[in-house]
Design a protein around this ligand. Structure first.
Ligand code: NAI
Length: 392
C-alpha cells in the first residue's frame, strides 16, 4: 500500500522476502493474498477484517505503517495471537516544526499578507506585528510533541510554560504550571498537544477562550474535538483572540477535494491547514523504519513493545539459550502446565516473562537445553494454546 522503501530495506536485511502492492486490496483480494504470509504491512486504506485474519493462517504479526489502527479488527487479531504494531511517534518532529513556523506566521500576520499579495494587494504594515522573542508560549499537553515544541520555542528566545495532567520532566528552562487556567492567564500563544479523550473534548470552550490574554493566539494540531470552533470563531471576530492556526477539525473529509467548510474561513489572521502537521517525507521514512523495527524485533526475539492489542513485553536475549514464545487463552493454570512440560524433559528455564490482558497471556521463555522442539510440540497440544513458536 505504498509503504516507504525504508521498511522493505530493513525487512530484507532481516532475512524476509518482501512482496509489495501499490495500493490497498479489497477484502476478497486480501484474503487470497495473505495465505502463507508471516508479516503483513498495511497503511490506512487496507481493511484487515475478521475474515482477512481468519484467512491469514500463517500470520505472525501485522504492521500498520501509519498512526491509526482502527482499520484493523484488533480484538480478533488479539484472540488469534497476532500483535499489531503502528508508529505513533514518527512524525513528532514534523508537527513540532510546523507549530514553530505558525507561531511566527501568527505574530507577523503572514497568512493575511500572503493571501493579499496573491490577489495583487500590496499592504506594507507593521501594526500588530511582533517578534516572538521574549513572548510566552503555553503548551497544553507536554508529551512527545509538546515537549519538542518547547525545546524549539526556547531556542527562538521564547519563554515556555506548560500544563499536563501527568508530571512531566521540563526540558531546558520550560516551566510547568498547575492548571490550564494559570497557563491561559500567562501565555501569548497557546498550543494544544493533548490526545483525544473524554476529558480533552471541548477543553478549549467559550470559558477557556475567554480566559486567554486579550489578543493572544491559539494553535491546534492535536485533534479537532479539543477546540470549540464556534466559540473560537466568535472570539476571533470580536478581536479577543488575535489569530489562530488550526490543522485539525471536528469533522474532516475522507478524501481530498473541494467543498470543505468551517466557520473559521475568511477570518483575520487565521491559518487553516488540512491535517498536515505530521505529513513530511521524513515522517514517512521514519514510520517505515519504526514499524519494520517492531516487526523484526517480534520475529527475532518475540518483543511486543508498542503493540496496540497485545501485552507489551521484551526480554533481552541470553547467549546459549533457546527461546519459545507462546500465546494462550488467559485462564488459570496455563503456566503450571507449561512449566510441567519443561520440567518433564529435565530442562532449566533460564528466563521467563509473562504478560496478560483480559483475554490472552503472552509468554516468552528461554530454555537452557535444546529441547525446544519437543517443548514447543507439547505446548501447542495444550487446550489453552493459541500459538507457540520456537524462535531459536
Ligand atoms: P503524547 O501521548 O506523547 O502526549 C500527550 C500529552 O497530553 C501527555 O503528556 C498527556 O499526559 C497529556 N494530556 C492528556 N490529557 C490531558 C489533559 N486533559 N490536560 C492536559 N494534558 C493532557 O502525544 P503526542 O504524540 O505528543 O500527540 C499529541 C496530539 O497530537 C495527539 O492528539 C495526536 O493525535 C496529535 N497529532 C497530530 C498530528 C497532525 O498531523 N496534526 C500528527 C501527530 C499527532
Amino acid at each position: 500500500e505504498g509503504i516507504h522503501p525504508s521498511a522493505e530495506a530493513m525487512l530484507e536485511a532481516a532475512g524476509c522476502t518482501v512482496e509489495t502492492e501499490r495500493g490497498a486490496l479489497s477484502e476478497e483480494a486480501l484474503c487470497a493474498r495473505v495465505k502463507g504470509v508471516h508479516l503483513l504491512g498495511i497503511r490506512s486504506k487496507s481493511r484487515v477484517t475478521a475474515r482477512v485474519l481468519e484467512a491469514a493462517t500463517d500470520l505472525y504479526a501485522l504492521g500498520c505503517f501509519c498512526i491509526g489502527t482502527n482499520q484493523v479488527d484488533l480484538a480478533v487479531a488479539n484472540a488469534r495471537g497476532v500483535p499489531v504494531f503502528n508508529a505513533p511517534f514518527s512524525n513528532t518532529r514534523s508537527v513540532a516544526e510546523l507549530m514553530i513556523a505558525e507561531v511566527v506566521m501568527l505574530a507577523r500576520h503572514l497568512g493575511d499578507r500572503v493571501r493579499e499579495m496573491h490577489t495583487g494587494q500590496w499592504k506594507k504594515l507593521a501594526t500588530g506585528s511582533v517578534e516572538v522573542r521574549g513572548k510566552t508560549l503555553g503548551i497544553v499537553g507536554y508529551g512527545h510533541i509538546g515537549s519538542q515544541v518547547g525545546v524549539l520555542a526556547e531556542s527562538m528566545g521564547m519563554r515556555v510554560i506548560f500544563y499536563d495532567v501527568a508530571t512531566r520532566l521540563p526540558m531546558g528552562n520550560n516551566r510547568p504550571v498547575d492548571s490550564l487556567e494559570a497557563l491561559l492567564a500567562e501565555a501569548d500563544f497557546v498550543t494544544l498537544h493533548v490526545p483525544e479523550t473524554p476529558q480533552t473534548r471541548g477543553m478549549m470552550g467559550p470559558d477557556q477562550i475567554n480566559r486567554m490574554k486579550n489578543g493572544a493566539y491559539l494553535l491546534n494540531a492535536s485533534r479537532g474535538t479539543v477546540v470549540d470552533i464556534d466559540a473560537l470563531a466568535l472570539a476571533l471576530s470580536e478581536g479577543r483572540v488575535g489569530g489562530a492556526a488550526i490543522d485539525v477539525f471536528p469533522e474532516e473529509p475522507e478524501a481530498n477535494g473541494p467543498g470543505f467548510v468551517t466557520k473559521l474561513q475568511g477570518q483575520r489572521n487565521v491559518i487553516l491547514t488540512p491535517h498536515i502537521g505530521g505529513s513530511t517525507a521524513e515522517a514517512q521514512a521514519s514510520i517505515g523504519r519504526e514499524v519494520a523495527t517492531s516487526l523484526v524485533k517480534f520475529l527475532d526475539y518475540g518483543a511486543t513493545t508498542g503493540a496496540v492489542n497485545f501485552p507489551n513485553l521484551e526480554l533481552a536475549p541470553s547467549p546459549g539459550t533457546h527461546r519459545i514464545v507462546n500465546v494462550h487463552r488467559n485462564v488459570p493454570g496455563v503456566l503450571r502446565d507449561i512449566n510441567r512440560i519443561v520440567s518433564d524433559v529435565g530442562a532449566n528455564i533460564h528466563a521467563q516473562v509473562l504478560g496478560t490482558d483480559a483475554h490472552i497471556g503472552y509468554l516468552v521463555m528461554d530454555l537452557e537445553r535444546d529441547v525446544s522442539a519437543h517443548v514447543r510440540t507439547a505446548m501447542s497440544a495444550l487446550a489453552t494454546d493459541i500459538r507457540t513458536r520456537c524462535i531459536y
